[in-house]
Design a protein around this ligand. Sequence first.
Ligand SMILES: Cc1ncc(COP(=O)(O)O)c(C=O)c1O
Length: 391
Amino acid sequence: MKRSSVLAMETAADLTTPAFVFDLDLLDDSAGRARQVTQGAGCRLLYSVKACAHRAVLRRILPVVEGFSCSSPFEVRWAREIAPSTHSVHCTAPGLRPSDIYELVTICDYLSFNSLGQHRLAEHHEAPQAQYGLRVNPEYSLVSDDRYDPCCKHSKLGILPDELEASFSPGRKLPDRVTGLHIHSNCDSSDFGQLRETVRRLDRRLGHVLDQVAWINLGGGYLFDDSEAIDRLRECMEILGKGRQVEVFIEPGAGIVNDCGHMVSTVVDLLVRDGRSIAILDTTVNHLPEVFEFELMTEVIDAIQGEGHEYLLAGSSCLAGDLFGGYTFAKPLRIGQRILFAQVGAYSLVKAHMFNGICLPRVYTYCAESGLTLECQTDYDDYVRQLWDRQ
Ligand SMILES: Cc1ncc(COP(=O)(O)O)c(C=O)c1O
């Protein structure tokens, strides 16, 4: 059993469920691995706040990363609140309003525009703090599901190379004040060979643009669990650095935070329907929305492969499709038993909602030194507030 599982099982009994538990020691492990790879390759590591923005997580990551990357004015403000001045704050997002752009140019260190039109809104700002970048779509598709694929057909993400070149001034120069480029084209990939190929194509297609920039942000979408990651990332750096002085950033989210998050729930009812056993939990897919959105099967600790007692794990909302999927256990489940979902640190807490009026999970952190700490719990007042009722 993984170290994470042991810790979570030991502590699960002491929790009020449903609960997210962030294992900070495991977070150190994942962030340390990312740091080792990026530092070894000579690349700057940022953390993408959108994956999990909890204060305790961001604070713990601070010593390992050089900054935070964000996708909205609120995320930028939050990152600024947490990050000391030694850390940089980066942002890219499609569809920013003029007022957002006005705010962002004054509080970000790096702001990458998703289109030339969005860049024009900032071009004449008198005193931007941010270095401007352009998000380029590398037109190299790596993800089979279009919903996750920034390079899918008709993608709204990034400026197309042809479009960028057509906008150039006669000297084939980038617009004034643009000092960097941003690309992001993958999702949950362990294969940095895919990033190398993306960079290779970018260099072939837009080498003369790369010659003009001081920095490039390679986006996120990569995990750091492959032993070849460091060599492949080094090769990316060699391609980008050939005859150039360019600072390279990478901004993973899930690759840093996913492994450390657990969802702990309790079986509240057992049913048999059409010959199938169903265990209803005190959580719901509202708490792990990607299980529903993307039909993900999440690892359940103590579930086994092969012969045993099979259950359909179901959530407690009125939605018929509020289901986690079929899992097999060595012994029959009983009411009151804990069910632990592992590796749900990314895109869960930030997307969780209160549909059906079901309370959000408590948030705990865990580390060997301090044990279990209750960080936050929501209550009826939070429910009323999120109904846009402030009376
Ligand atoms: C621009 C950008 N950077 C970074 C990320 C983080 O990706 P991940 O959490 O998959 O590493 C995303 C995710 O959507 C993104 O859109």
